[in-house]
Design a protein around this ligand. Sequence first.
Ligand code: ATP
Ligand code: MG
Length: 568
Amino acid sequence: MKRTEFTPPPNFIRNIIEEDLKTNKYGGRVHTRFPPEPNGYLHIGHAKSICLNFGLAAEYGGVCNLRFDDTNPTKEEEEYVASIKEDVRWLGFDWEDREYYASDYFDQLYEYAVQLIKAGKAYVDSLSAEEIREFRGTLTEPGRESPYRNRSVEENLDLFERMRAGEFEDGACVLRAKIDMTSPNLNMRDPVMYRVLHASHHRTGDKWCIYPMYDFAHGQSDSIEGITHSICTLEFEDHRPLYDWFIEQLNIHHPQQIEFARLNLTYTVMSKRKLMRLVEEGHVEGWDDPRMPTISGLRRRGYTPDSIRNFCERIGVAKKESMVDIALLEHCVREDLNKRAPRVMGVLRPLRVVIDNYPEDRVEELEAINNPEDAGMGTRNLPFSKVLYIERDDFMEDPPKKFFRLSPGREVRLRYAYFVRCVDVVKDGKTGEVTELRCTYDPSTRGGDAPDGRKVKATLHWVSAAHAIRAEVRLYDRLFIKPNPEEDKGDTDFIDYLNPKSLEILASCFLEPSLKGAGPGSRYQFERLGYFCVDSKHSTANRLVFNRTVTLRDQWARIQKTVKKKGV
Ligand code: ATP
Ligand code: MG
């Protein structure tokens, strides 16, 4: 895969891998995996993990598996599997033929469990879930041993076999590891390995009515796949001793687990459970709503895979939780689109302009540059005629001092066209609303400056009314009004901080005719307005719908400038 021009800094994960390569710990191999649970759509936090796992493998000549951690039959669905594959592929990563499922290992995991029972390291417990919780103790109190803890190996083998055969109701018993009920690490207090669950699984159907717990499945799945570096988020640090214990008892291949801090973004919630609530309660249109931090939402919004990968590299990895400013993500997409998106003109809130001294039937083709950043993108012709639309915001009848755009008597430039001067304002007789501007143009200013050297202070975008195509444009703002909507404040809920103005639909916008037939997903810069992308869900052959990806105002660049100035 092509690396971005940004050079990745050394980080503690690279250091560990390089040390392992030096000592030949895994025979010089680097084999990672991305292990999503198919219980929701991937989000930008997952992208960090994907970039890390696939990126490190590529960097060290290794490979990365895609493994679905599908141990929970009640929450997992085929739809999620398909979306996850689409998203990883779209981000630019390839797992080739290495698509695995924890459920493929159910037989092997069962054998491992039997092996532990035979070694006297696991037992069937008949306490209820509540009793097990009670017996577990707390951080300050040791746990108590279950009265079933010392069942004989034979009895345990028999009971476990009968669990599998379906003789027990859900919750009647569990298989637990026999470790240490007094361990200061709660994960080591005889954790549950298997539970009875009479539920169909999306892949194994009704073959099983007992399912391994995530903690019993995850480490062994890594081991089975020969993973060398098992990279996961910080909350699994306390689980590592347990994973190590299982692997040592079973005497199987031992991957190195490495934990890093998960990505948190301002103005964003980032857990599938919370994103699921937004979807199920109808606060958004779906998992791929362009306001969602999901990969599919960002894709619909107009983000490029490059910009997301670049973002993930820039934020780096750390051992400490922190919050990344969403302005950095927006900066990354601007930086990328600035180079690749053709510039066009579109008017979102149209105001009609009639050029009084322009001939009625004349249409001129004016040359416009497609991207000043990239001459190779060429030019196109824009039709200019007597009746135009400009942005309603670009006119003020009674302008304040700092408003340099159009107002009565004032002259401005129309981009790639002429200087025009406002000579009259037409209003609705009843409402007083401005409905049309009458202007004159100076034919000597075509595509450039005035020969007499007179200056104008503003350049406006415009479209020719007769040639423009109509489109719907959706403007987005942050989904939440608080930088940290997840911050717990007693009886408030992140839903309370939803931004009621996160979506504004402009039904009647006018765009230059070159946009006719723009395909779903194609991205443009609308001059002066931001970057926009043809919506892949709502656009049809007869109806163009655009999503605004970002505005042109780069808050991140501004923050960086002040930081530099202040010398902090
Ligand atoms: P969520 O909390 O959003 O439900 P999860 O951890 O339950 O996420 P998984 O499907 O288990 O979701 O995650 C797959 C991989 O992605 C895991 O290795 C996990 O550590 C990683 N991951 C999940 N969220 C983040 C995040 N915010 N930042 C970095 N990595 C993440
Ligand atoms: Mg998880």
